[in-house]
Design a protein around this ligand. Structure first.
Ligand code: ATP
Ligand code: MG
Length: 407
C-alpha cells in the first residue's frame, strides 16, 4: 500500500464538532453584521502580490516573513491573502465603488501565513471581518467596534475578553511621536533586536508591537503618544470613547496597541483574552484612512477589524447538535420504491430525512437508533411513524407526515 498522504503542516480539517463551531461563529457574525447594515463580499483568495506588499508595510512581520508568495505559470507573482482588508480595498477600487460610499462590508474565509504552527496559530486559518469604507468620523469607529463586541457577546464570550483601545493620531501627531520614539530607542539601540534596529529607521512605531522579549522590556518605558496628539486627533479619540460608552461597550486604554500592519491611523483596538496563552488576541483592527489612496484609488477613509475563527471557536461552548435526520426504512425490498417516494416528499416539505443504503429492516432500525434519530418511518403496506425514544408507533398518511415531524 502507498503511504497515506498527510495534510500540509499548519493546515487542518474541520470535521464534526470543529466544523459545527466554525459554522456557528460565521453564522453569528454574519447575522450580527447584517444588524449593523454590513453586506457580505467575497474577494479572491489570491491577489497580485503588490496588493499586500505595497500596503501592509515593508517592515511588517506578515510581509517580511509570513506571505505565501509564488510565481504562477504565466510568471506573475501572486500571494495567498494573509488578511482581508487589502483585498476589500482593491475590490472597492476595481469595482468603481469609491463613488458610492459608504460601503459596509462583511467577509469570512481562509487566510494564509507562513508561521510556526502552534495552538491557535496555523498556516491556513480563517477570519471573519468587517470594513466600513467612506466616513472618517469617530461614530464609524464606535459602530465597527460595537458590532465586534456584539458578535463576541452573542457567541457567549464577552465576559472572557477585554477591549483595549488606543489612538495613533493623525499624520502630524505621528510625526511628533515618531521623533520621541526615535530619540528614546536610539538611546537603547544596543539592546534592540536586529528586526527592531531596522524598524528604528523605517517605522519605529512598529517596535512597540515587537514580540521579542528584550524589545518588550524597553517598550515598557517608551514614551506614549497622548502628549504628542494634535488637538483634532485628541478630539477624535475623545469622541470615540464617548460613542463607545453610549453604545455600552466597556474598554481599557492601552497606549501600547499599535497593530502589526503599517496602514493604521487614529483608532487601533484589540479584544484580548488570557484564556488562550500567547495567542491572546481574538479580534483586532483599526482605522486606515490612507490605504485606498495608497493602492491607487481616491482618498477614501476606512475602519475595520478581523477576528480569528479558530481562536473564537476555542472559546465558545460547544454548539447544540443539529437534529438527526428521520430514518426512512422499507420493511422489505419490495417497498424500496415507496420508501424513496417518502424520502422525496419529506425532504421537499423541509424535513431532514435519510435512509440506510442497505440491510434488512431490523438492521436499519438498529442503525437508526444508534444514529440518535428521534423517529423512524416504516414503509410497508402502510406507513408507520415510530417514536424511537419510547417505541410507540402509529399508522399515518403520507400527507400528514411532515406536519407530525416538523412539530
Ligand atoms: P498575532 O499577534 O497573534 O500574530 P496578528 O497581529 O498577526 O496576531 P492580525 O493580523 O491582526 O493578527 O489578525 C487578526 C486575527 O487573526 C488575530 O487576532 C487572530 O485571532 C487571527 N490570526 C492571525 N494569525 C493567525 C494564525 N496564524 N492562526 C490563527 N489565527 C490567526
Ligand atoms: Mg501575527
Amino acid at each position: 500500500m502507498a503511504p497515506a498522504l498527510q495534510p500540509v503542516r499548519g493546515t487542518r480539517d474541520l470535521i464534526g464538532e470543529d466544523a459545527a463551531r466554525y459554522a456557528h461563529v460565521v453564522a453569528t457574525a454574519r447575522r450580527v453584521s447584517a444588524l449593523y447594515g454590513f453586506a457580505e463580499w467575497q474577494t479572491p483568495i489570491f491577489e497580485d502580490t503588490r496588493v499586500f506588499s505595497r500596503t501592509l508595510g515593508e517592515t511588517s512581520d506578515v510581509v517580511t516573513k509570513e506571505m505565501y508568495t509564488f510565481e504562477d505559470r504565466g510568471g506573475d507573482s501572486v500571494t495567498l491573502r494573509p488578511e482581508g482588508t487589502a483585498g476589500v480595498c482593491r475590490a472597492l477600487i476595481t469595482n468603481g465603488l469609491t463613488q458610492t460610499l459608504p460601503q459596509k462590508v462583511f467577509y469570512a474565509g481562509p487566510m494564509f501565513r507562513y508561521e510556526r504552527p502552534q495552538k491557535g496559530r496555523y498556516r491556513q486559518f480563517h477570519q471573519i471581518g468587517i470594513e466600513l469604507l467612506g466616513p472618517s468620523v469617530p461614530l464609524a469607529d464606535a459602530e465597527v467596534i460595537a458590532a465586534g463586541w456584539q458578535i463576541l457577546n452573542e457567541l457567549g464570550i464577552a465576559q472572557d475578553v477585554v477591549l483595549n483601545i488606543n489612538t495613533l493620531g493623525d499624520a502630524e501627531s505621528r510625526a511628533n511621536y515618531r521623533a520621541a520614539l526615535v530619540e528614546y530607542f536610539t538611546r537603547h539601540e544596543a539592546s534592540l533586536s536586529a528586526d527592531s534596529k531596522m524598524r528604528l529607521d523605517k517605522n519605529p512605531l512598529r517596535i512597540l508591537d515587537s514580540k521579542d522579549e528584550g524589545d518588550q522590556a524597553l517598550v515598557v518605558d517608551a514614551p506614549v503618544i497622548y502628549a504628542h496628539l494634535t488637538e483634532s486627533a485628541a478630539a477624535f479619540y475623545n469622541e470615540l470613547k464617548a460613542a463607545l460608552t453610549a453604545f455600552g461597550v466597556l474598554f481599557t486604554e492601552n497606549p501600547r496597541i499599535v497593530r502589526g500592519l503599517d496602514y493604521y491611523n487614529h483608532t487601533a483596538f484589540e479584544f484580548v483574552t488570557t484564556a488562550l496563552g500567547a495567542q491572546g488576541t481574538v479580534l483586532a483592527g483599526g482605522r486606515y484612512d490612507g490605504l485606498v489612496e495608497q493602492m491607487g484609488g481616491p482618498n477614501v477613509a476606512g475602519i475595520g477589524w478581523g477576528a480569528g475563527i479558530e481562536r473564537l471557536s476555542m472559546l465558545i461552548a460547544a454548539p447544540g447538535q443539529a437534529s438527526v435526520p428521520v430514518a426512512v426504512i422499507p420493511m422489505n425490498d419490495s417497498f424500496s420504491g415507496p420508501a424513496l417516494d417518502v424520502l422525496k416528499s419529506l425532504r421537499e416539505a423541509g424535513v431532514s430525512a435519510e435512509t440506510a443504503y442497505s440491510g434488512n429492516a431490523k438492521k436499519r432500525l438498529e442503525r437508526a437508533n444508534k444514529s440518535g434519530a428521534k423517529f423512524a418511518v416504516l414503509v410497508g403496506e402502510d406507513i408507520k411513524l415510530k417514536n424511537l425514544a419510547d417505541g410507540a408507533q402509529q399508522d399515518v398518511a403520507l400527507a400528514d407526515l411532515p406536519g407530525l415531524l416538523l412539530q
